[in-house]
Ligand binder design. Structure first.
Ligand SMILES: [Zn+2]
Length: 344
């Protein structure tokens, strides 16, 4: 604990705008003081990644300044080939785990990184290293990437539109995302598949299973599979606690046996893909905690595990030209991705 002269403390707090900048201190945060016999000579605190607050003693008293520490972006392209795992290959190429996670996220809609990745698969990835005052700080997001999976090449480029939204697109501007998550919960296993006729474990008679059951621990978050509007949230017979979401293209998704609802889950609420709407439970007719999930198109039950999921919106037509201009150098940085394959 630091003993400071009371008059200094009072004058510190009276510097314009300073109090707010000091009041938001978090535990464990570092403040740098210089003092002599309790008399404050200076104080430094990092306000953000690119700003430092500096208080210094001048003949006229204490003075506060905000120093700029501009961030410098250094573009980096790394390439590698998978022998055992994506993580090992990314590390061997000299990039961080974060880059491997992002690659798996970006291409996860087209490639199953648990089941589909093979030795010999290859990747190229371009991202910015962020440096400050001549020192490496961290990696920025992946800006462009190519992944060759079993001979098929996938490419992605990140684009931030003029309204500030950032997404990954194919080189011709199609979204890499689907409008729906394949599974709206992190599940441990599929405990019951979609089936047009099966014996119900509790009712003990043949009954169609019009969804898929994802077993997961009690309380696991359940997410909205796509953007939409909640049209039902409450109890419904065998479903127990149930949420129904209405999406565009006459698609409705249904989430049953929930233990409880998330705070914002109410009829009429708009949700975006990935929003936590409720938690896994075993209300209604359920023998263990799981999510019963249905995907209906025009009122017809579809198999959520195999139904073709519509892709998310492509680049807005207004921004197509800007997208092509800005993505061209990023995509060029990936070349030649295909030759890695040829040189095998
Ligand atoms: Zn079920």
């Amino acid at each position: 604990r630091l003993k400071l002269n009371l008059a200094d403390l009072a004058s510190l707090r009276s510097l314009p705008g300073l109090q707010a900048r000091l009041d938001s201190l978090r535990p464990g945060e570092a403040l740098r003081f210089t003092h002599k016999d309790g008399l404050l000579f200076g104080l430094e605190r990092r306000l953000s990644e690119s700003q430092t607050l500096k208080v210094s003693r001048e003949p006229s008293g204490l003075k506060a300044d905000v120093l700029q520490n501009p961030l410098e972006l250094r573009s980096r392209t790394v390439r590698g080939r998978i022998e055992h795992s994506l993580f090992e290959a990314v590390a061997a190429a000299g990039a961080n785990d974060q880059t491997a996670v992002e690659l798996a996220d970006i291409f996860g809609w087209d490639i199953d990184f648990v089941l589909d990745v093979r030795p010999g698969d290859a990747f190229v990835v371009t991202y910015d290293e962020i440096w400050r005052d001549g020192a490496y700080l961290k990696d920025g997001p992946v800006e462009a990437a190519a992944f060759i999976n079993q001979g098929r090449e996938f490419r992605a480029v990140r684009y931030t539109d003029p309204e500030g939204g950032s997404h990954y697109y194919t080189p011709d501007g199609r979204s890499l995302h689907r409008a729906f998550l394949r599974a709206p919960v992190d599940f441990t296993r599929v405990s019951s598949h979609f089936n047009s006729a099966r014996r119900h474990p509790i009712l003990n008679r043949i009954r169609a299973h019009q969804g898929v059951d994802y077993a997961a621990p009690m309380g696991t978050p359940v997410r909205a599979a796509g953007d939409g509007r909640i049209r039902f949230a409450g109890r419904k017979s065998g479903y127990g606690n149930l949420v129904e979401i209405e999406h565009t293209r006459s698609i409705v998704t249904v989430y049953g046996h929930l233990s409880r609802f998330a705070p914002g889950t109410r009829v009429g609420t708009h949700v975006t893909q990935g929003t936590v709407i409720a938690y896994v439970g075993m209300t209604g007719l359920a023998t263990g905690p799981h999510l019963h999930y249905e995907y209906r198109v025009d009122g017809v039950f579809k198999n959520p595990q195999t139904v073709a999921l519509p892709t998310a919106a492509p680049i807005d037509a207004r921004w197509q030209a800007d997208f092509l201009t800005r993505s061209a150098p990023l995509l060029a940085s990936l070349n030649p991705a295909g030759t890695m394959l040829v040189s095998r």
